[in-house]
Design a protein around this ligand. Structure first.
Ligand SMILES: [Zn+2]
Length: 99
């Protein structure tokens, strides 16, 4: 997969439009998708601006909701078994995109 940050710049596309389409696949893979640290930081900033600094992840089997740093999702990927290390999502944390 080409670096989405460079690709969006080269094609004059909104970065968010490029990365939103592959965000779900990163959530589980945690693979590095950018070509450099500079691109990586741009990617994190863009996703945090869109989704917030924390992402609301739902454990499908129980319906529990967890508050997962957006950066962790991008850098490591978060699998269902990883969710226990994160705090539960409280309603006062506000609504965010659900998985
Ligand atoms: Zn790049």
């Amino acid at each position: 997969m080409p670096c989405p940050v460079c690709e969006s710049a080269a094609e004059g596309k909104e970065l968010l439009a490029v990365i939103a389409s592959v965000f779900n696949q990163w959530r589980v893979s945690g693979s590095k998708v950018t070509c450099s640290d500079v691109c990586h930081e741009r990617l994190v900033a863009c996703l945090e601006a869109e989704y917030g600094t924390h992402y609301r992840c739902v454990r499908m089997s129980t319906g529990e909701e967890f508050r997962v740093p957006t950066r962790d999702i991008i850098e490591r990927g978060v699998k269902e078994r990883d969710l226990d290390q994160y705090p539960h999502w409280d309603e006062e944390d506000g609504p965010h995109a659900r998985t």
